[in-house]
Ligand binder design. Structure first.
Ligand code: 5RP
Length: 223
């Protein structure tokens, strides 16, 4: 039987087709990204350096001898590679299952192209079955939670998780995400919210979807 990890590896391996030549790239975090970094190790001479959106990815890159660079030193990146918790047919995503959404959104926005790698179970017609991660300033947690309830959600604190920026994560269940872009903006306007896991303003350009026997390339035309 094919495991979910094998589907993720199909996607990670195929995503290497999008590596630029002799340039910098960005990577997100999570198990699919870890597989991508493992595959990248064999081609590390192709890239000048990698900006990591999380400490875990940075550690893995360093362990495999891949040069890590700071975003501040490179500015705009040609390509960003990351996974997702859900991705819809417009290539809008929910991310943040690994609590690295803030770093991921920053590096994604600093990149010209977003390559999303996912196993086939992540491709959905409507976002929202996966609880939406919202990164909050601890002091504002209850206030933010009350505002998320007004939006129809059921926020649950992710126990024992403090993000790299010193924030907490509320996982919001039962949200109806009819207009992802609007909800992304609306949640980010609540004072105390640092970022939320809807990536609709900046959807992926390419989805590399791992199946048991192949990787499928999905695009939705020009942004
Ligand atoms: O957004 C993320 C981390 O914050 C990950 O991309 C997302 O959780 C998917 O993870 P995985 O590749 O382990 O399934």
């Amino acid at each position: 039987m094919t495991t979910q990890n094998e589907l993720k590896r199909q996607a990670a391996r195929r995503a290497l087709d999008y590596l630029p030549n002799d340039d910098y790239i960005g990577v997100g975090s999570g198990s699919t990204v870890a597989l991508f970094i493992e595959e990248l190790a064999a081609k590390k001479d192709r890239v000048r350096g990698v900006v990591a959106a999380s400490l875990e990815s940075r550690e893995l890159l360093e362990k495999l001898g891949i040069k890590v660079v700071a975003l501040a030193d490179v500015g705009k990146l040609p390509v960003y590679f990351d996974g997702a918790d859900e991705v819809n047919h417009s290539l809008q995503m929910i991310k943040g299952g690994g609590a690295a959404l803030l770093g991921e959104k920053i590096v994604a926005h600093a990149s010209r192209q977003f390559i999303c790698m996912a196993d086939e179970s992540k491709y959905v017609s409507k976002l929202g079955k996966f609880p939406l991660p919202v990164e909050v300033v601890p002091f504002a947690r209850s206030w933010v939670a009350s505002q998320l309830v007004k939006l129809g959600g059921r926020p649950v604190l992710r126990e024992s998780v403090i993000t790299r920026g010193g924030h907490e994560i509320l996982d919001v269940h039962d949200l109806s995400i009819l207009e992802p872009m609007k909800l992304e903006d609306e949640i980010n306007r609540i004072p105390g919210v640092m970022e939320n896991g809807i990536f609709a303003r900046h959807p992926a350009d390419v989805l590399v979807l791992g199946h048991a026997d192949r990787a499928e390339i999905i695009t939705v035309g020009a942004k």
